[in-house]
Design a protein. Structure first.
Length: 139
């Protein structure tokens, strides 16, 4: 068997294709895992749209707490907001905030590039507090 440059280039090409396909599969699996994590938060939001009187009361109470007496919001939810707002962006992210496009570069703090960072963080923390309170008081 004679080894020619054509055969060597075919082997190299074959190895590159295998490496590329493996990389795509790994990337797909990682992004699927992240998508599942994001969707698990959506399940919490679905639970709080119940028409149960206890749930309605909890929702109303928490929204009033955040709107009128934010100093009485439990510290762990305030910390949740601070952590989100001060999070370092790990990958370049683009988005739209109330019609204003924005781009966050890797390494930037979310609050420095995302104009909706604070309102998004507050909304997430309120929803989490609602879910936690419903779990404690209504079940």
């Amino acid at each position: 068997m004679q080894l020619t440059s054509f055969k060597i280039s075919r082997y190299i090409l074959f190895i590159l294709v295998i490496v590329l396909c493996t990389g795509i599969i790994i990337w797909t699996l990682k992004s699927e895992k992240q998508t599942q994590h994001v969707n698990s938060n959506a399940d919490n939001v679905i639970r709080i749209t119940n028409s149960d009187p206890c749930v309605k009361k909890v929702i109303s109470t928490i929204y009033q707490l955040w709107a009128y007496t934010p100093d009485k919001v439990p510290q762990n939810y305030i910390k949740m907001v601070e952590n989100y707002v001060n999070e370092k962006i790990s990958i370049r992210t683009t988005g739209d905030c109330d019609g204003i496009p924005f781009t966050c570069k890797a390494g930037q703090l979310r609050k420095d590039c995302d104009p909706c960072a604070l309102s998004s963080a507050r909304q997430f923390a309120m929803e989490q507090q609602i879910v936690d309170t419903i779990t404690d008081q209504c079940r």
